[in-house]
Ligand binder design. Sequence first.
Ligand SMILES: [Zn+2]
Length: 408
Amino acid sequence: MKRFRSILAFSLLLFPIAISSLMAQDNLKVKGILYSSHLPVEINIKEGYISSIRPIKNESEKENLPIISPGFIDVQVNGYAGVSFTDDGLTVEGIRSAMEGLWKEGVTTFLPTIITASEETAIENLQTLSGSLKDLNIAKSIPGFFLEGPYISPIDGFRGAHNAEFVRPPDWNEFSKFIEASDQHLIKVTIAPELSGSMDFIDQCVANNIMVAIGHHNANAAQIHEAAAHGARISTHLGNGCANTIHRHDNPLWPQMADDRLTPTIIADGFHLTPDELTVFYKVKGVDNLMLISDITELAGMPPGEYDWNGKKVLLTPEGKLRLPELDVLAGASFSIRKGIGNMMKFTGCSLEQAIQMASTNQAKMFGWNDRGSIEVGKRADLVLFNVKNSEVMVEKTIIAGEVVYNK
Ligand SMILES: [Zn+2]
């Protein structure tokens, strides 16, 4: 990963971040077409919070307004533009630059995600991440961290692109060290429920307010329903982290679709799931029970080509597909959640309001972030102003707690 850092400066040149102001702005007025009602409104912000939402009556003020929605919330971000949160050399500067890259994509809240790694690397990076929260601008965008693995299936296919060397069964003693290293900011974990000790582990997580997701697993129906009964709430990137060939009846997909207690996260980048798979998940789970994630990696925002990824060859195609040819698996995504919003509208026929609900509101509800995820008086002013062209969301401005953090 280290070699990416040398290209980091270059990639940031390609994607300049116009931060118009990080200084406290006591008051701000924002005009736009409300994503839900389609009505032109003026949103007034006081000390970072929405103080009023008024309809715009003057016809001349209604022209050329962007759409305005709550900021996007992405609960699975492995890295961005040359920075990986699992990289040995993670720094606060790296975290900040990844965050600033995501701001231009309309992402106002995200969970940095550490994937399967050694205990030492996980501890070190959780410490770096928790240290970065002393910067209050970072703390506004990062409410916690997510550990995807190492307690996942060791089997090829189900393991996905995770490093087999570090995959292991759930270990609460080790995980307690991770929680401590994160200064209690580790709030989500993905595990495979078929591994020995996983139900006790889920119980411990629930008792400690850690959100449990199941993923990268080959659990049978009984194990999946048992995990949900113990308090697992999320199916991590449903349809991925799965072998290419599975039994038509006894496979991990049906029980997760059938169990209402599990809310899937899905990667709608156009590569991880087919339009029909997205449509089926949308129809089965409904708009209230589905969350878009990006699963974006450090190669997002990089030029197409061949890269070294933990000693393995990874291809980034001109279309934005990230592949690990050696294992014939996808190696995370290169498009932010912004792309998924457009794809959900295009592939499932859902409305913009519904797509935004799956990209912001549902996440805020699931994780109890009651100050964000919708546009209401009293909520924190996390807003995105954008236009939609051919089902593509084009971000104009991103606002976090009433401060403009990106202005195109
Ligand atoms: Zn994964």
